[in-house]
Design a protein around this ligand. Structure first.
Ligand code: XLS
Ligand code: NI
Ligand code: NI
Length: 435
């Protein structure tokens, strides 16, 4: 036990009218929605890196947080960090968490030592999982912070970096497997380029495709039952990242024969950076059969970079969960808060309350989405819009029509389509009745 969160009580459901600060107003984990407990719908996870490893720096200034586990350069402080993390998970009552290797163990700069400390600290964390019942949503390798990764990991022009990356992912997948992780994530922060002048784009993509195939082959060899997830992001830190968005990732997976093996972890802020909405990315992944999990952290709409803030906009989360529900909900995936408090938010209470607010925001979004889905009103309107396609002629046109046969039909039947309203505002008004 540490005293980092001293005086902070375990957070429980208090209902929307309570003025208790450390309470959930909307997240009532046992409440059943569409036949499933809210906890099982949302599958919340805390991100080790932003909540515990991040020291409060931004491009203009360094550390603002002075935590008892700083500096993070020894196994002693790594253990304190793990103790505090599990205390926070207990206070919040979250079922899951996520980590990168570099968040949980000290960096020694050499693979053998990093492997030893990773195994040691993940054994320690696995014990804590067993004691508390808190589970691992996903593990991942940080292949973007250390200078060795500056020109990429699997896409690095130097084969020694490719080798280091392969060994690193093996070590992280082994640890994730040992800890009963539900997924394994690969986010290609430096899998991209700064300038085409020094880059062989085609060769780099082939290397990345081969690398991901090695990961999938290894997963099957060790019997890891979790899902391998790729996380799209268009840019930052690379000027151009290969895993640009959901559609780009699907094309990549298909080219390298992985579209049945790998799914996507979609992040709200990354969707916005790609010029999409979050619900677009979820709907696209679902339509392509590769929807996996979400990182529910938003960006500031004013600054054009990944500010990783906790969600606080109910209508936005409602649109996202509506698509998650339409996709059939999460299986191995969940809602990871890949989010950090602001660098002025120094207090331990800030960390707790950031998550409480985010969990409530998501709960409200989920409830609104579920109520609208259950009412069937939006789905009925959508169905009505496509009703013409249910006729035998329309179905036959799709199944066996040719441009010649269809032209003959247009002439014979005098087809002359009459535009009908898309009813967008009416449907937006319908949405607003639910959020
Ligand atoms: C960064 C990414 C990262 C991944 C995990 O923008 O979101 O945090 O989720 O490597
Ligand atoms: Ni991100
Ligand atoms: Ni993320």
């Amino acid at each position: 036990m540490t005293d980092f969160f001293r005086d902070i009580p375990a957070v429980t459901y208090v209902g929307p009218n309570s003025d208790v600060e450390f309470g959930f107003r909307h997240y009532n984990k046992d409440e059943v929605i569409l036949g499933k407990r809210m906890e099982d719908h949302l599958r919340f996870a805390v991100a080790w890196w932003h909540s515990f490893a991040w020291e409060g720096g931004d491009p203009f200034g360094g550390q603002t947080f002075l935590r008892p586990w700083h500096p993070q350069d020894s196994m002693k402080t790594a253990r304190i960090k793990a103790d505090v993390a599990f205390e926070m998970f207990r206070i919040l009552g979250v079922p899951f968490y996520c980590w990168h290797d570099a968040d949980v163990r000290p960096e020694t700069g050499n693979f053998a030592d990093n492997l030893k400390t990773l195994n040691e600290i993940t054994d320690y964390m696995a014990e804590k999982q067993a004691q508390t019942g808190i589970r691992l949503l996903w593990g991942t390798a940080n292949m973007f912070s250390h200078r060795r990764w500056m020109a990429g990991a699997s896409t690095n022009p130097d084969p020694e970096v490719f080798a280091f990356a392969a060994a690193t992912v093996k070590s992280c997948l082994d640890a994730t497997h040992k800890m009963g992780g539900q997924n394994y994530v690969l986010w290609g922060g430096r899998e991209g380029y700064e300038t085409l002048l020094n880059t062989d784009l085609a060769q780099e993509l082939d290397h990345m495709g081969r690398f991901l195939n090695m990961v999938v082959e290894y997963k099957h060899r060790i019997g890891f039952k979790g899902t391998i997830l790729v996380e799209p992001k268009p840019q930052e830190p690379s000027k151009h990242q290969y895993d640009y968005d959901a559609a780009t990732c699907f094309g990549f997976l298909q080219k390298y024969g992985l579209e049945k093996e790998v799914k996507l972890n979609l992040e709200q802020g990354h969707a916005i950076l790609a010029g999409h909405s979050f619900e677009h990315e979820i709907a696209t992944a679902a339509a392509l059969g590769v929807f996996g999990s979400i990182d529910m952290n938003r960006n500031d709409y004013q600054s054009g970079w990944d500010t990783d803030q906790f969600p606080n906009n109910v209508p936005e989360t409602a649109l996202a969960y509506y698509e998650v529900l339409r996709a059939g909900g999460f299986t191995t995936g969940g809602t990871n808060f890949d989010a950090k408090v602001r660098r002025q938010s120094l207090d331990p209470a800030d960390l707790i309350l950031a998550h409480v607010g985010a969990m409530d925001t998501c709960a409200r979004g989920l409830k609104a989405a579920a109520a609208l889905l259950q009412s069937g009103e939006l789905e009925a309107a959508r169905k009505a819009r496509y009703a013409g396609w249910a006729t035998p002629q329309a179905r036959q046109m799709l199944a066996s029509g040719t441009l010649e046969s269809i032209t003959a039909e247009v002439l014979a039947r005098g087809i002359n389509p009459q535009p009908v309203s898309g009813r967008q505002e009416r449907l937006e008004n319908l949405w607003n009745r639910y959020v």
